[in-house]
Design a protein around this ligand. Sequence first.
Ligand code: SF4
Length: 349
Amino acid sequence: MRNNTREVKIRDIVIGGSNPVTIQSMTNLSVEDIDGTIRQIEECRRAGCQIMRIAVPNANAAKSFAVVRKQIDMPLVADIHFDYRLAIASMEAGADKIRINPGNMTLPQLDSVIDCAKQHNVPIRVGVNSGSVNKEALAKSNGDKLRALFDSLRSYVEYFEKRNFFDLVLSVKSSDVRDTINLCRMVAQLGYPMHLGVTEAGLLEQGLVKNSIGIGALLLDGIGDTVRVSLTADPVREVYAAKDILIALGLRQGVTFVSCPKCGRCSIDLEKAADEIYRYVRDLNKKLKIAVMGCEVNGPGECADADLGLAGAKGNCVFFKHGQRYKTVSATEAIEQFKKEIDLIANDN
Ligand code: SF4
C-alpha cells in the first residue's frame, strides 16, 4: 500500500498522495550552455522524463536558467547550494520547484527563500545527504549518523511548518544503499512526498544495481513519489532506467521486454536483435510484453505469455503472437519484419 502523503504541485504535475510515481533527471551540462541544456532536456523528455533539474551555481547560471525556462514547457527544478539569492533568482525566473539544503543557509536567508516560494507558489525540495550532516544533530545523536540526518531533516521540516509552509518534498540520500533505504523509511513517517534515489551511485552498471535495489525496495514498501536514478552517465540513461524500474514494479504503463541470456544453442545474433528491438519498443507507452529468445528450446515457453515473441531457429527466426507460432522468417530479415509486427500490435491495442 502506498504511503499516505500530502500532495505537491510542480507546474502541471502533482506528486504525492495517490498520484503516479514520476520520473526525473538532471542536466549534466552548465546551464550557461543554453542550447545544449535545452537539447538534453528534450532528449530526456522524449525518453519519458517528467521533471528536470538544473544546477544553478552562480548569478550567470540563474540568468541562463531564465532563458531556458522560457523555451521549455515542462517542470524545471533549480538546484541550489549555499547562496539563497540564487534560490530567489531562480523562483523569479520561473522555477517550478527548488531544491535546497537548509543547513547551508542562515535562518534569515532561509526565511527570505520561504517568503519568495510562498509568493510564487513554488514547492521546495529539502534534501539532505550523508555528506552534509548537521554537526549539532550528530553530537545529539551520539554519533549515530542516520539518526543525525533524520533529526536534521525533521528540524528543517518543523521550521518550514512553523513558517506555515507545507509545499515540501523530502529527500535523504546516501551512497550506501542500506542507509538510503533505512533513512527513507524513517523520513516517510513525516507524511511529505518523497524524492528517491541513491546518490553518487557510480558508473552505469554499478549505479543501476544500487539504484534498482534502493529505489525498488522503497517503492515496494509504498514509499516514494518521484525518482531519480543517479548515474555517472548520459541523463537519458537515468530516465530509461527509472522507467524500467517503474514498469518492472507495475507502477507505470510500458513495454516489458524479455530476452534470454543466450547460450550455445543460439543460432542468431541475439545481442543485435535484442538491442535493436528493445530500442524500438522502449518509448511505446503501451502495456505490452515483447520477448526475444535465442532458440526454440525455451523460446516458445517464454514467448507464450508475450504479446509478441521472436525465437532463433537454425538461421531463421520464428515469430509468436500471444503464445502462438505464426511465422518463420530468415534471420537476415527478421528484425525489420518483427518491427512491422510490433507496429501492428501497438496500433491494435
Ligand atoms: S532460449 Fe535458447 S539460446 Fe536462449 S538461453 Fe535458453 S536455450 Fe540458450
